[in-house]
Design a protein. Sequence first.
Length: 473
Amino acid sequence: MTTSDTRTRVHAFTDDALGDLDATGVAERIRSGQISAAEAVDAAIARAERVEASLQALAHPDFDRARERAKQPGDAELAGVPAAFKDNIKVGGMPMTEGSAALSPVPQPRDGRIAAQFRQTGIIPIGTTTMPEFGWTATTETLTRQTHNPWHLDYSSGGSSGGSASWVAAGVVPIAHGNDGGGSIRIPAAACGLVGLKPTRGRLRLTDGGEAMPVRVVTDSVLARSVRDVAGFYLAAQRVHRNRLLPPIEGVDRPIDRRLRIGLLLDSPVSAPTDGPTRAAVEETARLLESLGHQVEPYDLPVPDFFRDDFVDYWRFLAMAVTSSGPRMFGADFDKDRLEPLTLGLAEQGRRRLWKAPIFISRLLASSVASRVAFARGPDVVLTPVLSHTTPKLGYLAADLPADEHFRRLVDYAGFTPLHNATGGPALSIPAGATDEGLPIGAMLSSNHGTESLLLRLALQIEQARPWRRIQD
């Protein structure tokens, strides 16, 4: 374990096969024969073991099988790159417990759709990473465990893909799977100083179980330390499966080369006002964009008054479905008595509001069309904070908080991200600055359906003009 302050910051970067490399760099060295996939995987496992006591980000290890796979890594674009899966997709031979004690740690019989597509890019997962129970919240805490932010161990790594974010930021692996149903990739990316893309709905294969959701708010993706890693993953993934209804992701190896109209929105229309450090970091990103030749102007995102309540009601509806249909969804061993207070509280609220379901579901479904119209008439890209205030300390969104108070804090914290889950459009979290304590602050770039290439090329321009802070420096 390497620390810049033995009490607060932890990272795993060292002089091994992975070094300071991102996923693209690791893949290039494996292809050129400078290192082997086995050496890369062994290095990642050693790093995981070195920092796990501090980070608490590993849900289920898969070290032995990762070493076996590394003997024959294949020739895909990311062949041999060590990675991780979040603990809520079906991975053959691995438990899937969704951060919940209510699910038995029974190995899955085979890979689901997402794990299969991700593996075909060449990555070698060394395990699954932690998450809050069923991903309801924006921190990775359960009643028995807290996942720590490697930039400052007293703080949250975000959620719900907080285990993946903690590992990537700390240098355990260069890239990791996450998924995003209300900000669950973008929030931990912001908290941990990473790049995290929520893609257009349908860009990747449908998430496992997604066909049962009335509104398909969840999309799978990756968290990484560089824009080129996120772009490279999507180039590899679309060779495995490409949605022909969306334009291909292309040209993402070079920064944007034209002037864009960028709308700047600093306060979420559905949450608390943005705090000073976050506002300052996003304003600095706006000034950087202007210096790069883009036109930045204030923008009011058209969000219906009822959106906040509709999205929270939909979350309650999903929690109700888990509690009432758990055995059918997860197997006969599902133990409702072991569910956490937040899940039970949301489910009870969902039952009381069930009569509203046709209303909020229909309005959320209609939001996709409204979003396309708004972007067609508005700027090329919208720049916002990812979060309304800086990353909170662990315990702020504790698992034993009453559901009403938990969601009041959650919505005031994470009011920017859910809109893109409802509309289905892409949104990208990038590093934008830091607090006085050294904690990362994120900015978010969003645009119309199918415009991931635009967002990635703009983010690459920002990264080249203002390289991200590194935890090991």
